[in-house]
Design a protein. Sequence first.
Length: 207
Amino acid sequence: MVKNNLKTAALVGGGLAAVAGIAGALFIWREKQTERAAYSVVVADGAIEVRDYPDLIVAQTEDGGTRDDALGEGFDTLAAYIFGTSRGGDDADRPHEIAMTAPVLSDRAEAGSWRTRFVMPRGETLDTLPEPGPGVSIQPLPARRVAAIKFSGLADDALLAAHERDLRAWLLQRSYLPAAPAEYAFYDSPFVPGPLRRTEVLIPLAQ
């Protein structure tokens, strides 16, 4: 009887693990289908690329505190905007749900706070986007050339700084001139395991 119970428990446990594995794989697959900001690659060198981005539109917000805390606050604020739970204007605007895109961008604002930006999906314009609520602004992001270094892992401050140093060294060797401070691009949610996450350090370039 004990052996049978153990065997049954093992089978159930194995079945649950298999279901969890399938669910996890499905979640990651769905994340990878999220629309990503378009760009064309000008130079490719391993994990580093020089890219040309077209004109984009972003929804953005600014928060103080640490980068991690500001990113969390900014993400929640912008998610409330795109999903229609926190907007300005008439209630008629609220059914206009905006698709999530990747990456989420994070950088230092002029006042020293952290800025979080969502790239608006293709097809949306300044005229079609619903009016944002308090704390959110809609801004055009003009076409630009950007250097990027791509990596995986849990992107803490130390890992971001290390890859920023590598990217700046690469730019210096090739005489590229940075035009603005570094930005951080996060492609995946916290539910995606570190080794499967895609994170980038971006540095806008003078053209």
